[in-house]
Ligand binder design. Structure first.
Ligand SMILES: NC(=O)c1ccc[n+]([C@@H]2O[C@H](COP(=O)([O-])OP(=O)(O)OC[C@H]3O[C@@H](n4cnc5c(N)ncnc54)[C@H](OP(=O)(O)O)[C@@H]3O)[C@@H](O)[C@H]2O)c1
Length: 329
């Protein structure tokens, strides 16, 4: 059985998640890719071990991560059972429901029926009694917010989630949801949104500002724009890259000549700073006071080792921040 590194808490840094009691690592690992049934189980284990050995305590899942849907939770559950369960109290395990999961009218969006059934299924697949954070995965324009938030509160009351979170919400809906959750005395602590040098939506839709005002946590997903903000695509498209291996969410068409020029210019800036582009991109996010942590993906353990260096990224000068904005817009 796996024995974690003794020095696992020596280099990672932890931020308080909003005003809550929960401390989260500055870098967390997401299992959206590379944990489905089409991926190599031994590599999944090594990704988890490398993360935990380096102080990454948070592992982020969702009901439909795979492929096939549910398989990332099942594979992670196997790793937990075989290797990591003795460390359960050192782990933050999160899951979500909100996107299509099963057929029919009860396997998608934000109804109470869907959320609570989905959480039960997630717990079963992972072999857990509770998750640390249960998220509503996306806003549902049709279901009353009171119903969705009520379902999150019930998950906590049932002891199946310790905290709840919202993902892909905008500032206005976050404010409304937070007020309902406060009335329900539900421990809502975190937002999970896409945010990177290349994707500034949260700066434009009020999410980042509202998160700060409400003093909630913000964990940023796809902080490397799925690999674009790394040296992955500087010299063509490698055969083992996400674009070639999967191609559903990051397509070759994203790498326009303009985008490749942006990547090269950002890479030049990172080199001038004595860093890798990935570390500069993660460091740029961690430099925002609203950001609790970055949620990375990785296909190889070495990427995790490279990315945790971001927590020691050099401070940014005003001129560097201006240049990053100029290049990326
Ligand atoms: N809430 C939501 O709606 C939502 C949506 C999306 C994601 N998420 C969460 O966020 C997590 C991270 O998302 P993401 O995987 O898109 O994040 P990301 O960190 O932007 O991209 C990860 C990918 O970038 C490449 N990479 C990472 N580090 C690298 C390095 N140092 N050098 C070169 N390439 C590197 C790898 O791709 P290669 O395969 O090319 O090596 C890796 O799989 C997900 O696992 C999930 O937990 C949540």
């Amino acid at each position: 059985m796996y024995t974690p590194a003794k020095e696992r808490y020596e280099t990672m840094e932890y931020n308080r998640c909003g005003e809550s009691g929960l401390m989260l690592p500055k870098v967390s690992l997401g299992l959206w890719h590379n944990f489905g049934d089409t991926s190599d189980y031994e590599n999944m284990k090594q990704l988890c071990f490398t993360a935990f050995d380096n102080g990454i305590t948070q592992f982020d899942l969702a009901n439909n991560y795979g492929p096939a849907y549910g398989s990332a939770e099942r594979n992670f559950g196997k790793i937990l059972k075989e290797e990591l369960m003795p460390y359960r109290d050192e782990l933050i395990i999160t899951t979500k429901a909100g996107y299509d999961m099963w057929e029919g009218p009860y396997g998608n969006w934000g109804s109470r029926k869907y959320l609570l059934a989905s959480l039960d299924q997630s717990l079963k697949r992972m072999g857990l009694e509770y998750v640390d954070i249960f998220y509503h995965h996306r806003m549902d324009p049709e279901t009353p917010l009171e119903e969705t938030m009520g379902a999150l509160a019930t998950a906590v009351q049932q002891g199946k989630a310790l905290y709840v979170g919202l993902s892909n919400y905008d500032g206005k809906t976050l404010s409304q949801a937070a007020a309902i959750l406060k009335d329900l005395k539900c421990p809502f602590v975190i937002n999970q949104n896409r945010y990177s040098i290349f994707d500034r939506t949260v700066e434009e839709n009020g999410l980042k500002r509202t998160t700060g005002i409400l003093k909630k946590g913000l964990i940023t997903f796809s902080p490397l724009a799925q690999g674009q903000l790394t040296d992955r695509y500087l010299n063509g498209i490698p055969e083992d890259s996400r674009i070639r291996k999967d191609g559903r969410f990051l397509k070759e068409s994203a790498l326009t000549p303009e985008r490749l020029d942006q990547i090269r210019r950002l890479n030049d800036l990172a080199v001038q700073r004595g860093e890798k582009l990935a570390d500069m991109a993660l460091g740029w996010l961690l430099n925002h006071e609203e950001v609790t942590g970055v949620l990375i993906g990785a296909s190889k353990p070495q990427q995790i080792l490279d990315n945790v260096k971001a927590i020691h990224c050099a401070p940014f000068t005003e001129e560097e921040l201006r240049l990053i904005d100029e290049i990326s817009k």
